[in-house]
Design a protein around this ligand. Structure first.
Ligand code: ZNH
Length: 141
C-alpha cells in the first residue's frame, strides 16, 4: 500500500495530468504499440495509427480509469472492480501487458512534467500503477 507521502505525490501530478487525460492516454498507447507491437493483438478491431480517433478515445477511457483510482486511492480495488472483471473474464489480457502499459504511462507523464517528476514522484507513480495492475489482474485464474 501507498504511504501518505506517496499518495500526495500521485494526487499532485494528477491535478495537472487530469486536464490532459486524452492526450496522455493516447501517447501512452502509441508508446505501447510502438515499443511492444505484440500488444496490438488485443485491438484487431481498432485503427491504431498515430492520433486515430479510436486511439484517442481508448486512451481517454484508460486514463479516466486511472483518474478514478486516484480519486479512490484508499480503495482502488473497489473503484476498479467492474474493470477487473472485464479484463479477467472477457478481455483476458496477458498480465505482462499491464507492466508494459504502466511503463508507457510513466514515460508519458515524465516527459510532460519533467520538473515535477522527481525520483520520489517516479517511485510513487510506479507503485500506484502497479496497484492498478494488480487490481485489474487479481480476478484471473
Ligand atoms: Zn484495458 C478496455 C482501462 C490495461 C486491453 N480498459 C478498457 C476500458 C478501460 C480500460 C476503462 C474500457 C471499458 C469499457 O468500455 O467499459 N486497461 C485499463 C487500465 C489499464 C488497462 C486502467 C491499466 C492501467 N487494457 C490494458 C492492457 C491491455 C488492455 C495492458 C492490453 C494490452 N482494455 C483492453 C481492451 C479493451 C479494454 C482490448 C476493450 C477495447 C474495446 O473498446 O474494444
Amino acid at each position: 500500500t501507498l504511504t501518505q507521502a506517496e499518495k500526495a505525490a500521485v494526487v499532485a501530478i494528477w491535478s495537472k495530468a487530469s486536464t490532459q487525460a486524452e492526450a496522455i492516454g493516447a501517447e501512452s498507447l502509441e508508446r505501447l504499440f510502438t515499443s511492444y507491437p505484440q500488444a496490438k493483438t488485443y485491438f484487431p478491431h481498432f485503427d491504431l495509427s498515430q492520433g486515430s480517433s479510436q486511439l484517442r478515445a481508448h486512451g481517454s477511457k484508460v486514463l479516466n480509469a486511472v483518474g478514478e483510482a486516484v480519486k479512490h486511492i484508499d480503495d482502488i480495488s473497489g473503484a476498479l472492480a467492474k474493470l477487473s472483471e472485464l479484463h479477467a473474464y472477457i478481455l483476458r489480457v496477458d498480465p505482462v501487458n499491464f507492466k508494459l502499459l504502466s511503463h508507457c504511462i510513466l514515460c508519458t507523464v515524465a516527459a510532460r512534467y519533467p520538473n515535477d517528476f522527481t525520483p520520489e514522484v517516479h517511485a510513487a507513480w510506479d507503485k500506484f500503477l502497479s496497484s492498478i495492475s494488480s487490481v485489474l489482474t487479481e480476478k484471473y485464474r
